[in-house]
Design a protein around this ligand. Structure first.
Ligand SMILES: C[S@@+](CC[C@H](N)C(=O)[O-])C[C@H]1O[C@@H](n2cnc3c(N)ncnc32)[C@H](O)[C@@H]1O
Length: 308
């Protein structure tokens, strides 16, 4: 028995098609559910913890995953026992590795994962972060202690710590993409360059995997390089409430990943779906999609976005 969490939404329960009809191809899971699903429809949205919800998906049903887990110590999503607030760095890495072991079961043998993960600095043992006027999600009621072996102000090297742990657990780390944000936020620091990138790893379950090298070309029609210039999504909070998630991925980043490692009709999964950017990219590209998200407000946000 897998325990999920109720959505209790007054919103439309299913995304609408172009004619405004509810799609029969949409499955929403938000209550106790027994056993694995026999097959996946065009669209599946699950409210729950990835660690539990992944058990519901059929084995070898997902061709590619595009995801961005909650970053360690970076944001407070205001949910009980959230992933990403594990007190020690080691616990955080262990949680990701455990969830990814479950991902491996649901991936096809030629399946892949695009893992977007940002780095962070140690807090220098400041135990909370004051609200930031420009980005309220950066406030945190509790911040983890400086990890053993690191010093105040140290860059943690989080992406590679996670990548090494996943490699030790059997994953192939096939590429490190630098997602360069030309419109990165200014930082009020005077003793280091302003951070303007995040890391996106391409991981595979096996040595050989599906990757369409011709699907996306780089500058001057050359093969795609490992530095991708993609602006972050401008925040339009207040005007379009559907965009109100603190850490949305740009749709162009999600579309590029989906295009490279899946084909129309394949299932694309995001186990930490947030505002559902990966799911939207998958639907636009005629893939089936599965989203898992813990926070009810974001589940509703996904349903609104997918219904537009
Ligand atoms: C970095 S955000 C993902 C943003 C997403 N890529 C987008 O474009 O909107 C991570 C999300 O994971 C959710 N989350 C946190 N812990 C989770 C868990 N254990 N299982 C599933 N989702 C979780 C958070 O609520 C948050 O929305």
């Amino acid at each position: 028995m897998t325990t999920l969490f109720p959505i209790q939404s007054t919103e439309a329960a299913t995304p609408l098609d172009a004619r405004g009809n509810h799609s029969p191809q949409y499955l929403r899971l938000d209550a106790e559910t027994d056993g694995e699903l026999p097959a996946l429809p065009a669209a599946t949205l699950i409210r729950g913890r990835a660690s539990e919800a992944l058990d519901l998906l059929p084995a070898e049903s997902v061709r590619t995953v595009v995801t961005s887990p909650p970053y360690w110590s970076l944001r407070d999503y205001d949910i009980a026992d959230p992933f990403g607030r594990d007190d020690t760095l080691r616990d955080y890495v262990t949680s990701i590795v455990a969830d990814f072991r479950k991902l491996r079961r649901v991936l096809t043998d030629d399946g892949t994962v695009w893992l977007n993960i940002g780095d962070a600095y140690t807090s220098g043992n400041r135990r909370y972060r004051a609200p930031d006027r420009k980005n309220r999600a950066r406030a945190m009621s509790v911040r983890p202690r400086t990890p053993h072996g690191l010093k105040p102000k140290d860059l943690i090297g989080l992406p590679w710590r996670v990548a090494f742990a996943l490699q030790d657990d059997g994953w192939w780390v096939r590429s490190e993409v630098i997602w360069h944000k030309p419109n990165a936020h200014p930082e009020s620091v005077g003793d280091r360059p302003t951070k303007a990138h995040e890391t996106v790893f391409l991981l595979s379950r096996d040595q050989d995997y599906y990757y369409d090298v011709a699907a996306v070309r780089g500058t001057n029609d050359r093969r795609l390089r490992t530095v991708w210039d993609i602006p972050t999504r401008p925040r339009r909070r207040g005007r379009i409430p559907d965009d109100d998630h603190p850490a949305p991925m740009p749709i162009n980043l999600a579309r590029r990943c989906v295009t490279l490692t899946s084909e129309p009709g394949d299932v694309v999964l995001d186990p930490y779906a947030g505002s559902g950017t990966t799911l939207l990219a998958a639907a636009q590209l005629r893939r089936r999609w599965v989203g898992i998200e813990l926070k009810v407000e974001f589940v509703r946000l996904i349903e609104r976005r997918m219904s537009r």
